[in-house]
Design a protein around this ligand. Structure first.
Ligand code: PGA
Length: 248
């Protein structure tokens, strides 16, 4: 039985005040949440969130990391820095990083490996664009994204990876994949993992991301191969996020 995981990706949305209100709001409703809950804060707010969530069930993540341990990489943050603020998770290969910052499958795979080497759990994001889906290439795109990690790190690495399937056309658009579309993609991903290692495929959590909200979360998370969600917009409102956490 895989535990439901709900992760919030705040992206570049935060201020000291909103972080305080949001985290306190989430904490106030956590007592009846069974899912594992992670909030992925922008780097400048990791310290603030760390202090707010001490001794709570809430877990902390970052949104990206650099592959280098330290040095002359202006503007970047390392795995050690992320860990220094009590974060155990890091989003890797989000579609916005892939499209806006030109991270290809090889770069993303290296980031996954660096996260693992440093004891961080990567939330490894994959997914196809609308064009790729409409031209019938969803499976080949997603396969290549996963294969890059298998090639570099081996299938065993997926024991410590959380996969997030996020169709790019559903991210921030209000257009959610139907439960059937999402389940089909998740089943395909699990099958691909199973062809490499059946046990790993059964234990790897595969989250859905892309306009998940309190209205559609229960149906999506209820699908056999959907183990939770990676939530953007709806993770910025404590009550909406909590409702999704409780849907699992
Ligand atoms: P969204 O974002 O929930 O706003 O669609 C999801 C994501 O980008 O992780």
């Amino acid at each position: 039985m895989r535990q439901t995981i709900v992760a919030g990706n705040w992206k570049m949305n935060a201020s000291k005040e909103t972080v305080n209100t949001l985290v306190m709001g989430i904490l106030s409703g956590m007592s009846d949440v069974d899912s594992k809950v992670i909030v992925c804060a922008p780097a400048p707010y990791l310290s603030q969130v760390e202090a707010l969530i001490t001794h709570s069930q809430l877990n902390l993540g970052a949104q990206d990391l650099n592959v280098n341990a330290s040095g002359a990489f202006t503007g970047e943050i390392s795995a050690d820095m992320i860990k220094d603020f009590g974060a155990q998770y890091v989003i890797v290969g989000h579609s916005e990083r892939r499209s806006l910052y030109f991270e290809n499958n090889e770069v993303v795979a290296r980031k996954v490996q660096v996260a693992l080497d440093n004891g961080l759990t990567p939330l490894f994001c994959i997914g196809e664009t609308l064009e790729q889906r409409e031209s019938g290439n969803m499976e080949s795109v997603v396969s290549a994204q996963i294969q890059a990690v298998i090639d570099l790190s081996g299938i065993g690495a997926f024991k410590d990876i959380i996969v997030a399937y996020e169709p790019v056309w559903a991210i921030g658009t209000g257009v959610t994949a139907t439960p059937q579309q999402a389940q089909d993609a998740h089943a395909f991903i699990r099958l691909m993992l199973a062809k490499n290692d059946a046990d790993v495929a059964q234990t790897t959590p595969i989250l859905y991301g892309g306009s998940m909200n309190p209205g559609n979360a229960a149906e999506l998370i209820g699908c056999e191969d959907i183990d939770g969600g990676l939530i953007g917009g709806a993770s910025l409102k404590a009550q909406d996020f909590l409702q999704i956490c409780k849907a699992g």
